[in-house]
Write a protein that binds this ligand. Structure first.
Ligand code: CP
Length: 302
């Protein structure tokens, strides 16, 4: 039987989302344990990362596990022409679980098909970033006290943003109303809107950031990702279209929080960092507890 992997957020059920969030809350109370002391976790990053890689490695280290891997594939046999398929087979023999980030969509699924150990997708191109989604859900759950019936604003790069694609799919289980704020060039792809239509969920598409802000429970900002553009002129045209400033938060709901998967470039002004609504640095810390929960759940330790 294939081991349980987390490639797409849809690989987990609604019940499993809640199980992970409850486990994350337990790890937040008690993040240092030795439950992974007999485990080796491989961390294969074919694309740059700060938070995802380091929070996974922190999560494993705090649970007593060992890490092997790389943060720059140019120092591996990939640079000699080894295929991903072969690399994954080899690393499967060395480790108990593989965390992988790759710039190409579909590579995490391919890896899960050839691996003999679980694959955890740490981001595959513009496709999915399911562990980010689970930490986003944990952050929403912690700050709102519920996941049900919320108004979630997704702002910025909704076309290439893998974090918003995964978040939309997961939060569609909780009767969310989505507000899509994006320039024409970076609109939410039709496939995701059709997905919401089929589930009977409401969404609002708009270009004016301020128009509906007072209705937001969560404002989820995203970076316009230069690395996804083939045309640099198009990137220049859209990169600064939406910039959240502290003055825009006046009159918003008391429970409202600003999230961002980070890194940010210009899309959240520095003055927002001091606002009580800013939650993105805490959100990144939540990544450690959520990833402890994901690894221990997949390995069957919790
Ligand atoms: N949120 C996120 O994926 O950040 P990194 O690219 O730094 O891992």
């Amino acid at each position: 039987m294939k081991p349980k992997s987390l490639v797409s957020i849809n690989d987990f059920s609604k019940e499993e989302y809640m199980k992970i969030l409850e486990l994350a809350a337990e790890f937040e109370k008690n993040p240092t344990q030795d439950i992974l002391k007999d485990y080796v976790i491989a961390s294969l990053f074919f694309e740059p990362s700060t938070r995802t890689r380091l929070s996974f490695e922190t999560a494993v280290s705090r649970l007593g596990g060992k890490i092997v891997g790389f943060s720059d594939s140019s120092s591996t046999s990939t640079s000699k022409g080894e295929t991903l398929r072969d690399s994954i087979r080899i690393v499967s023999n060395y480790s108990d679980l593989i965390v992988m980030r790759h710039p190409l969509e579909g590579t995490a699924r391919l890896a899960s098909e050839v691996a003999s150990v679980p694959i955890v997708n740490a981001g595959d191109g513009a496709n999915q970033h399911p562990t980010q989604t689970l930490l986003d859900m944990y952050s929403i759950w912690k700050t709102q006290g519920t996941l049900d019936n919320l108004n979630i604003f997704l702002v910025g790069d909704l076309k290439y943003g893998r974090t918003v694609h995964s978040l939309l799919m997961a939060m569609s289980e909780f009767n969310t109303t989505f507000y899509f704020i994006a320039p024409d060039e970076l609109k939410m792809p039709d496939e995701y809107k059709l997905f919401l239509d089929r589930k009977g969920l409401k969404y609002v598409e708009c270009k004016d950031f301020n128009q509906y802000l007072k209705e937001a429970d969560i404002i989820y900002m995203t970076r316009v990702q230069q690395e996804r553009f083939t045309d640099p002129i198009e990137y220049e045209r859209v990169k600064n279209v939406y910039i959240l400033q502290q003055s825009m938060l006046k009159g918003t709901r008391e429970n409202m929080k600003v999230l961002h998967p980070l890194p940010r470039v210009n899309e959240i002004a520095l003055d927002v960092d001091d606002a009580p609504q800013a939650y993105y640095f805490q959100q990144a810390l939540n990544g450690v507890y959520t990833r402890q929960a994901i690894i221990s759940y997949i390995l069957g330790i919790k």
